[in-house]
Design a protein around this ligand. Structure first.
Ligand code: CA
Length: 229
């Protein structure tokens, strides 16, 4: 399926122009006209990329960028900023805050599409894991979906394997239970009983990892991370 793009821009003509041109390229688009609803939409819809205008009513674009990048639920979403020529310094701040690229207004749809493709390609490359991952007694073959401890194969369920893969993929960053539920089980809103699902799976996964169980670290009241050092 083609990637989903969230357009955050208060100028409706630009939104329309982008929806039309990106739609023509096969992308799915959603849009928000102010910072607040944009953040809500980003959390709910998990777009692959955000086109973010810096000049917005209410919460401005830089604040939106900062908030997206500091929330584990949205921090992996790529961001391309739209800036005016006069906003040189904002551009630098935006990139420091974790934006992936910027396009200066006025811009052509062609230029923006090229940037989108490049950013998405880079994001995909970053996501890629080596086929074989090994640390301590643990060896994982991601291509064959096989896990070994001290050379002996262990049997993980599909969910346990997915959990392990997801935790390793972000290289030690903490992932919340909500994030894991959403990404592995596909639950959008987690209620108590569902959050416990994650804990139960973590427990069985740890048991199976034996000598390497300690690599899955509990972060109290939040979630889990994979200890790689
Ligand atoms: Ca604007």
């Amino acid at each position: 399926m083609k990637e989903k793009i969230l357009i955050i821009e208060d100028e409706k003509d630009i939104v329309k122009m982008l929806e039309y041109n990106l739609g023509k390229e096969g992308y799915r688009t959603i849009s928000a006209h102010d910072g607040e609803s944009a953040l809500e939409l980003a959390r709910k819809e998990h777009p692959d990329i955000v086109i973010l205008d810096l000049m917005l009513p209410g919460i401005d674009g830089l604040e939106v960028c900062k908030t997206l990048k500091s929330d584990t639920k949205t921090s992996t979403i790529a961001i391309i900023m739209l800036t005016a020529k006069a906003q040189e310094s904002d551009k630098v701040v935006g990139l420091e805050l974790g934006a992936d690229d910027y396009v200066t207004k006025p811009f052509s749809p062609k230029e923006l599409t090229a940037r989108i493709k490049a950013v998405l390609r880079r994001a995909k490359e970053k996501e890629k894991l080596p086929e074989i991952f090994s640390i301590g007694d643990l060896v994982i073959d991601f291509a064959k979906i096989q896990v070994e401890i001290k050379g002996k194969p262990i049997n993980l369920t599909a969910k346990e394997f997915e959990l392990l893969r997801t935790l390793i993929k972000v290289k030690g960053r903490v992932l919340s239970r909500d994030f894991l539920l959403d990404n592995i089980w596909g639950f959008d809103k987690a209620v108590e009983i569902e959050t416990r699902t994650v804990d139960v799976h973590i427990r069985t996964l740890r048991k199976k990892l034996k000598s390497e169980a300690g690599r899955i670290v509990t972060v109290k009241n939040y979630g889990y991370r994979f200890e790689a050092d």
